[in-house]
Structures are given as structure tokens and as C-alpha cells.
Design a protein around this ligand. Structure first.
Ligand SMILES: [Zn+2]
Length: 198
């Protein structure tokens, strides 16, 4: 334990996801010891993102506007919707440059253990969106893990029951992981090789 605010800082970093006590300590000491570390810039950004960044009213992606840059881009193909779990998945897929349609960010995945059901995700919003537009294909790109698979199965059933063409990414993605961890080439191939759900 350190004295006073140093320990407070370490504790605060330790509360962040994926940062254990050792990393928290390392970050705190980096800030303390690095003369030119711009603390005010970091503080400014933290309060600015809180203030300015919100979720796109159409797709749920992160944006500083009502609609995200992808939804605002007239060159994107509105007839294709790719469903992902989190905004970071949008970034991962954009990096592949394989997809020119729009996205729908669910805000997580179905997980009975964590008490997350379909109504906790933006599935009703997706259904509304599909009802209001001419969607030719919904590509389900949830994570290749248990929760992602459960979510994909649920969505596939829901969408095929109202006769919306659905496809899933081809296998070959690292099982059990997050979409964002797949490299661009693998993810790009999975996209190209997507298969229709009957
Ligand atoms: Zn959007």
C-alpha cells in the first residue's frame, strides 16, 4: 500500500477492465515519473468523451453527432446491415474494407448467466429498422464464443421467421475469442465467405 492519493490513483486504474493491480501500479508510476506526460490533456479528454460521445440514434455506434459517420455516409449500401456486439467490432470490420453496408450495434450478447436477455440488447431497434427499410441481407457478425453464438442463433430464427435473408460469417475465426482479435485477413475472408442461414 502506498500513502494517500498515490494508492487512490492505483485503485482507480485497477477498477478499469483488463487492468490488474500490477498494471495499475505501472500506469500510476509512469504518470508520476514521466516529466512530459500531459496530465491535463488526459484529464480533458476523459471529461470531453463523457460529455460529447454518445450512441448513434440509428445503429448504436459511437459518435459525437446524432448519427455516426457511417450512417451519414451516402455511399454506404443501406440494403446491407451487419449486426455486431460492440462499437469495437465495427472498427475491426471497417479495417478489413470488405463491407460497404451499414451496421447495427447490439450493445452486448445474450448471456443467461449474466442475466442479459434479448430485450437488454438493441434487438427491438433492429427489428424496427428492418421493418422501415428495404433490407436485402442481414449479416450476423457476433463474437465466435458461447454468448455470440447464442445471440446469432436467436437473431437468425427471429429474422428468418419474417423472411429477411440472413447470413453468418464463415468459420475460421478463432473460437472463443472476440471478433476484434481476429486479424484483418482472417476477418475479411470470414466476411467474403459468409453463408446464408436457411
Ligand atoms: Zn450509425
Amino acid at each position: 500500500m502506498y500513502d494517500g492519493i498515490v494508492q487512490d490513483l492505483i485503485d482507480e486504474f485497477g477498477r478499469l477492465p483488463g487492468i490488474g493491480p500490477k498494471s495499475a501500479q505501472r500506469i500510476a508510476f509512469h504518470i508520476l515519473q514521466t516529466q512530459n506526460f500531459d496530465v491535463s490533456r488526459l484529464a480533458e479528454l476523459l471529461s470531453e468523451v463523457r460529455e460529447k460521445v454518445r450512441f448513434c440514434e440509428v445503429c448504436g455506434n459511437l459518435t459525437e453527432h446524432e448519427r455516426c459517420s457511417i450512417c451519414r455516409d451516402p455511399r454506404r449500401d443501406e440494403s446491407l446491415i451487419c449486426v455486431v456486439e460492440e462499437p469495437k467490432d465495427v472498427v475491426a470490420i471497417e479495417r478489413t474494407r470488405q463491407f460497404r453496408g451499414l451496421y447495427h450495434v447490439l450493445g452486448g450478447a445474450i448471456s443467461p448467466i449474466d442475466g442479459i436477455g434479448p430485450d437488454d440488447l438493441s434487438i427491438p431497434a433492429l427489428m424496427r429498422r428492418i421493418g422501415e427499410s428495404q433490407v436485402q441481407e442481414v449479416i450476423i457478425a457476433t463474437d465466435p464464443n458461447l454468448e455470440g453464438e447464442a445471440t446469432a442463433a436467436y437473431l437468425s430464427r427471429l429474422l428468418t421467421s419474417i423472411e429477411v435473408p440472413v447470413s453468418r460469417l464463415a468459420s475460421g475465426l478463432p473460437v472463443g475469442g472476440d471478433l476484434e482479435f481476429a486479424d484483418e485477413v482472417t476477418l475479411g475472408r470470414a466476411f467474403e465467405g459468409r453463408r446464408k442461414v436457411e
